[in-house]
Write a protein of this length. Structure first.
Length: 272
């Protein structure tokens, strides 16, 4: 018989690489007492160009490892994994399992005045149709434009968030969106907020003005509300943060400190 985890147990968070750190940072800000356990599957990044079957297999492996560490809730801090694996993981585990798509879709549809929303994400996220379904659940009349941006994740993982090559790739990907009436753009990958400066710069140069929505703050707020309702919140002390990675921990620390402007003191290599 499995005992229910205590309120002091960590919230588990996983992503294919560094992008999920944007979600972790948002959770840390709204839930400063919580212990957080992050898993970055850096040996197999990116997920966005993999088949649905492979994405589900990788997601199951990540979730299984985190659950084995005694977490009280699981956050899939990856749009690609959320699009393909969230329902299966919810059926498999008896702890709260959060994806990142529904919270930001709910926020974005309420924000849009023109009724035209653009979604930029990985190939797997875009082809899944998960955002179209999530958005139209709230507003069936919405017009939705989707663009796959497969090079964005490798650029982030290379640390090229502010680089001439990144600016050039942004112009290539965002040109079609700039010619639409979309007034709201969903950054449908947790890596993409790290490219926000380049994305905004590119849209300004193309003469397109839109509000950008990312998954981090919406997901963090949804996690907070759900844990509070379930009486699972940790109410005291300063949260502790631990990181698990499937590839070189030194590279994770180096890039993590550069991208997130934070310290990474407890990083462990694991095999999946």
């Amino acid at each position: 018989m499995n005992l229910a985890p205590s309120n002091d147990a960590a919230i588990g968070i996983f992503d294919s690489g560094f992008g999920g750190l944007t979600v972790m940072d948002a959770i840390r800000r709204v839930l400063p007492h919580e212990n957080l356990l992050y898993l970055g599957d850096t040996a197999r990044v990116p997920y966005g160009n993999k088949t649905p079957q492979t994405i589900i297999r990788y997601s199951n492996a990540c979730a299984s490892l985190l659950v084995s560490r005694g977490i009280k809730a699981l956050v899939i801090a990856c749009n690609t994994a959320s699009a393909h694996a969230v329902e299966e993981l919810r059926e498999r585990y008896d702890i709260p399992v959060f994806g990142v798509i529904q919270p930001v879709a709910q926020f974005a549809q309420a924000l849009s005045k023109s009724g035209h929303i653009a979604v930029i994400g990985t190939r797997a996220t875009v082809t899944s149709g998960a955002y179209v379904r999530a958005l139209k659940r709230y507003r069936p009349e919405l017009q939705i434009s989707q663009t796959a941006c497969p090079l964005f994740v490798p650029l982030v993982e290379e640390g090229w968030c502010s680089h001439p090559v990144t600016d050039m790739v942004c112009r290539e990907y965002l040109g079609d969106i700039a010619r639409t009436t979309a007034d709201t753009i969903i950054l449908a990958c947790t890596h993409y907020p790290l490219l926000r400066h380049s994305i905004v710069k590119c849209l300004d140069e193309l003469g397109h003005h839109a509000q950008l929505c990312d998954c981090a703050s919406s997901t963090a707020d949804y996690v907070r509300k759900t844990l509070a309702k379930a009486n699972l919140m940790r109410q005291h002390g300063e949260g502790e943060y631990k990181y698990l990675v499937t590839d070189d921990p030194h590279n994770f620390v180096r890039l993590g400190q550069s991208l997130m402007k934070a310290r990474f003191d407890d990083v462990e290599h694991v095999d999946l």
